[in-house]
Structure formats: structure tokens, C-alpha cells
Design a protein. Structure first.
Length: 569
């Protein structure tokens, strides 16, 4: 450890990187970075870890030798951006490649005008994937030397006196020409917004204004939409990106991004121009007030995809951030059939990707009758005939909400046997309702309620497996009829049994004649007889060792606020 300070003290500039400051110090002393590194016990690796993170012993050594405070030294490493613009592993201190547009280690973009003004001092944030423009000079950052086409500062030179304004090929980097934009240009505003999010670790503009949004969540949304924009541009070119004024004033030597992107790729684009257009367009979408408006505006992206990349907007949502996934789903919603609208919860404010957990669907199936509760059916099937078939379709549709379970498997969980085509046809009948979006939203709310409440008081899965042979004996039915003085015949016991099975199990008889028989029976029985049948049903449950109510349905309050008339037309 050094005991004396260096003869010269070089103050770091605001925002300067530690490698740049060491080079400036070495230059002022006519020595090498290697000599300073050995003095402070720093690694002399070609790609030094101290650009990312510097240990307390090295900080103390540099502080003693240079007179610069330890806090200022640490601020010159990428650790100062940890969990804001990148993430470092707390043990290895390597950067996490899953952080959206993480650090461009170990290279740097640059602003030629800044290099000229500071005589070769390099900003730390030029290494970030989120940096594509110098807000002071309003110019795009240069990606590489225009002569040899090599990126800058990939490796640290320890043996020669630094020449920070010169490429290894001899090109003067301060003379490199870059594109300068006007003060009000969208890309200039985009860089300032991103820099503000990183600096404050929170997003507050437009779509993020209604609730506290941590910086990383906002960056995930920007990254995801930016990558979708670049996918679109890889097919149609930069000039097709909206809004049109985003590319005004840009010299688009390359009319398309260098590579097509995917929303699962966290690595920032190689070129500043790609990042600028992608981020600028993403912020144009996120500047709208809510998901519905943002999704509607973003439809130009999904409708412009080709057959190979088009479905990616939905497939990638499972690994996407909540907001960007919701916007992508809303953008695709008008083109989705009823099954996908249910799976992606497309009818609510924040749509989301399906849950891969199959057990969730199985648990919901145990809480839903095979034939949807009449109280719910009467409210939802307003301009669709409330037949038993459509009530079964409602129950099955509830299992498709937020689920990846195949439709046939979902029906099987309810004790149904149906082909995919038949179920799809029934779903399209629902889709044709004037109130489809409200029906869809109601089923989504029902599904969420059953998950949050851990189901209801009735295990319909168990009831579907019960043996109902002893439910209503002929003698019991005859005694009920005599005590009530009912006009119903003794032979109506078949209808009475079917009625009770439907009440208890949430199922119905399959024979068309029996269905009509039970429906007629339901209309004709007296209130007292209905009460006696309910009492018999409760006794039957007790005989089976089941402590549950005879009937139940999810609260109708869940339907409040939906566009559904109070009564059927």
C-alpha cells in the first residue's frame, strides 16, 4: 500500500469513468495506467473488473495515492448504476445479462465533441446500453472508429502512455462526424427520459404516472416494446416506424436494424441508431395515458409482422414485464379469437400471459359447476339463448381464462366430452354476442375470484364423482307428494331426481327428453315442495359425509361495472 500521494492530483470530471480518470492521471505524470494499477493493487487484466466494481482495499489505496475521495472513486465504476441501469452479481460482481439493455461491457460509445472539449475524458454512461445520444451536444453517440470500424475501449492498455482521443488505428476520434438533432427532437427527449429514470430509479411520465413504478419495471417495458419496434423495422425499414417524425433529421444510411430483435433478448442493439429508434418509438407508445390507448396505438407494430415473427408478440409475453405484455396483448386483441382472448385475459384493464401452472385450472374446475350457475347465466347470456349447452360453454370458458390447458382437457375436468371444433364453435357463438367483452371480463373476474378465495364452499369435483343412486327413493318421493297434496304424478320421480342432481352437482341430464322433463318440472313444483327437495338434498350430503351447502354461486357483485343490463331483453 502506498504511503505517499502522487506528485500530481487529477480531479475526476462529473460522470467520468474510472478507466478514463486513471488514463488522465497517467498522462499528466507521463506514466502508464499499468504503473498506477500496480501502485494501487488493481488487476491488470485486459478487461479489468474494476471498471465494474472496485474493492475497499483498492479504493483506500487509490484514495491515499491520488487524494480523491473513496466515494468519488466508486462513483466512477459501473457499480454506481447497479440495479438502476444494470445489475451486478453481489458476489462475483459480474454484470447480469438478464437486466434489460445491461452494460455494454467492455466497450464504449462516445461523443466526439465531448472528447474534444475535455481533451479525451470518457463518460461512464457511454458504456451503458441505454446511452445512445449526448444530451449536451444533441448528437448520436458514435459506435466505433469510422476508419477501422473497431469499437473503442474493449481492452485496457497498461504499457503505453494513454492517447484517449486516438483510436489504435491512428484515427482522431474528436473528428468523427455524428448526427446532430434539434432540441425538440423525439430522440433527444427519449434519451433525457431514460436518463431521468435511471438517475431517480423511478418512472413518473404518462402511463407510469398513476402508480409508483420502479425504474427497472419501466426499463423492462421500454426494452420490450423497443425490441418489437426493431422486429417491425427489420421487415419494413426504419422509415415505416411511427410516429413518422421520429426519424426526421436522421441520416438512415442503413434502412433497417442491424439484426432483428426479440423481446426475450436483453442485450442492447449494437448500434446507437437502432437503440435510438427503438427506444424513441417505445416511449411514444408509453407516453399515452393507459394500456388501452397504448395498445391501440401499437397495432401498427403487430399488424406489420410477417408469418415468422407475428405470433412472437403473444408467445413472448410470458417472460415479459406486466405493462409491456399488457400493451402487446391489447394491440393483438382485435385479431384474437374468443379462446385466446380468454387465455390472455384480453377483456380487462391489464391483460396478461397465461399461467403455466396446470394445477390452477384444476383447482378452478373444482369450484365451478359443469353447467354455469343459473344466476350467472341469466346475467351473461343476454342475447344468446341460455340453453344448457351455452351454460356448459360458460363453465368451460372459465377454465380457459389465463390457462394454457387445452380446451378438450379443460372440458374433461368438468366431466365433459367434447371435440375442439365443437367447443370452438360454441365459443364463437358467445363471441358473436353484443356483450362479448363484458362476458369475457366477467369470466376473467370469476376466475380471479375463485383463485383468490381458494374456491367456494362447494367442491364440485367431488360432487361430479358422487353416486346419486340413493338420492331420492320412490317411496320418499311419494311421501313428499302426499304431504304436499301435489298434482304431480308419482312417475315424476325421474324429473325430481334430475332436478336434484342438477342442484347438487351442477350438472344436468344429457338425454334431450329428460332435459325438457326436468325444465318443465322446475317450473311446475311449488315453493314448499322445492323446500322439501332442498332438505332431502342436504340430508343426502350428510349421508355422504359432506358438510357443504346444497347450492351456492359466486357473488353477483363481481359483475358490477360491466356493460350488462340488469335483466335479459
Amino acid at each position: 500500500m502506498p504511503r505517499r500521494r502522487l506528485p500530481l492530483r487529477v480531479e475526476p470530471l462529473a460522470g467520468e469513468g474510472i478507466d478514463s480518470w486513471l488514463e488522465a492521471t497517467a498522462t499528466s505524470m507521463h506514466t502508464t495506467v499499468g504503473a498506477l494499477a500496480r501502485l494501487a493493487g488493481l488487476s491488470v487484466a485486459a478487461r479489468p473488473p474494476w471498471i465494474r466494481w472496485i474493492g475497499p482495499d483498492e479504493v483506500k489505496a487509490l484514495e491515499t495515492a491520488t487524494g480523491v475521495s473513496g466515494a468519488a472513486i466508486q462513483a466512477m465504476t459501473l457499480q454506481s448504476y447497479d440495479n438502476r441501469a444494470l445489475r451486478l452479481d453481489p458476489v462475483s460482481h459480474r454484470y447480469d445479462p438478464t437486466f434489460p439493455f445491461g452494460g455494454l461491457l467492455p466497450r464504449s460509445r462516445f461523443c466526439p465533441q465531448c472528447l474534444q472539449a475535455t481533451e479525451g475524458r470518457w463518460q461512464l454512461d457511454w458504456r451503458l446500453g441505454w446511452s445512445f445520444l449526448c444530451t449536451e451536444h444533441r448528437c448520436l453517440l458514435a459506435d466505433a472508429c469510422p476508419v477501422c470500424m473497431k469499437p473503442q475501449r474493449r481492452q485496457q492498455n497498461y504499457s503505453r502512455t494513454p492517447a484517449p482521443t486516438t483510436c489504435v488505428c491512428g484515427c482522431d476520434l474528436t473528428e468523427v462526424r455524428t448526427q446532430t438533432l434539434g432540441e425538440g427532437h423525439m430522440i433527444v427527449g427519449a434519451q433525457r427520459i431514460v436518463s431521468d429514470i435511471i438517475a431517480n430509479d423511478v418512472a413518473k411520465f404518462r402511463i407510469f404516472a398513476s402508480a409508483y413504478t420502479p425504474g427497472r419495471e419501466a426499463l423492462v417495458a421500454i426494452r420490450s416494446i423497443a425490441n418489437r419496434v426493431l422486429n417491425f423495422a427489420s421487415i419494413h425499414g426504419f422509415e415505416a416506424v411511427r410516429p413518422a417524425q421520429l426519424t426526421d433529421g436522421l441520416c438512415l444510411d442503413a434502412v433497417k436494424p442491424l439484426h432483428a430483435r426479440s423481446t426475450l433478448n436483453n442485450t442492447a442493439p449494437t448500434r446507437a441508431i437502432d437503440t435510438a429508434v427503438g427506444v424513441g418509438a417505445a416511449l411514444g407508445i408509453l407516453s399515452l395515458p393507459d394500456v388501452i390507448h397504448a395498445g391501440k396505438y401499437a397495432r401498427w407494430i403487430v399488424r406489420g409482422q410477417n408469418a415468422d415473427t407475428g405470433p412472437a408478440e403473444l408467445r413472448s409475453c410470458a417472460r415479459d414485464g406486466e405493462l409491456s405484455a399488457a400493451i402487446a396483448i391489447e394491440a393483438r386483441r382485435p385479431d384474437l379469437g374468443p379462446e385466446l382472448q380468454l387465455r390472455y385475459s384480453a377483456a380487462v384493464t391489464i391483460p396478461c400471459a397465461p399461467d403455466l401452472d396446470i394445477s390452477r385450472t384444476a383447482n378452478i374446475a373444482m369450484s365451478v359447476p359443469s353447467v354455469m350457475w343459473r344466476e350467472w347465466s341469466d346475467r351473461l347470456l343476454l342475447d344468446v339463448r341460455p340453453t344448457e349447452v351455452m351454460r356448459r360453454t360458460l363453465s368451460c370458458a372459465t377454465l380457459l381464462v389465463g390457462s394454457t390447458v387445452k380446451s378438450v382437457a379443460a372440458a374433461r375436468l368438468l366431466g365433459e366430452a367434447i371435440t375442439p371444433n365443437a367447443l370452438n364453435s360454441r365459443l364463437w357463438v358467445l363471441r358473436g354476442s353484443e356483450y362479448w367483452m363484458s362476458i369475457c371480463a366477467a369470466l376473467i373476474l370469476l376466475s380471479e375470484y375463485l383463485v383468490e378465495e381458494d374456491g367456494g364452499p362447494i367442491d364440485y369435483g367431488r360432487r361430479r364423482r358422487l353416486n346419486y343412486a340413493a338420492l331420492l327413493a320412490d317411496g320418499t318421493w311419494q311421501q313428499m307428494l302426499r304431504s304436499e297434496g301435489s298434482h304431480l304424478s308419482v312417475r315424476s320421480v325421474t324429473a325430481a331426481r334430475g332436478y336434484l342432481i342438477a342442484e347438487l352437482g351442477g350438472t344436468a341430464v344429457r338425454n334431450r327428453h329428460d332435459v325438457e322433463l326436468v325444465a318443465t318440472f322446475d317450473k311446475e313444483i311449488s315453493p314448499d315442495l322445492r323446500t322439501n327437495l332442498a332438505a332431502r338434498a342436504q340430508t343426502f350430503l350428510s349421508e355422504q359425509g359432506i358438510d357443504e351447502p346444497v347450492t351456492w354461486h359466486a357473488p353477483l357483485d363481481l359483475l358490477n361495472g360491466l356493460v350488462l343490463p340488469q335483466t335479459s331483453p
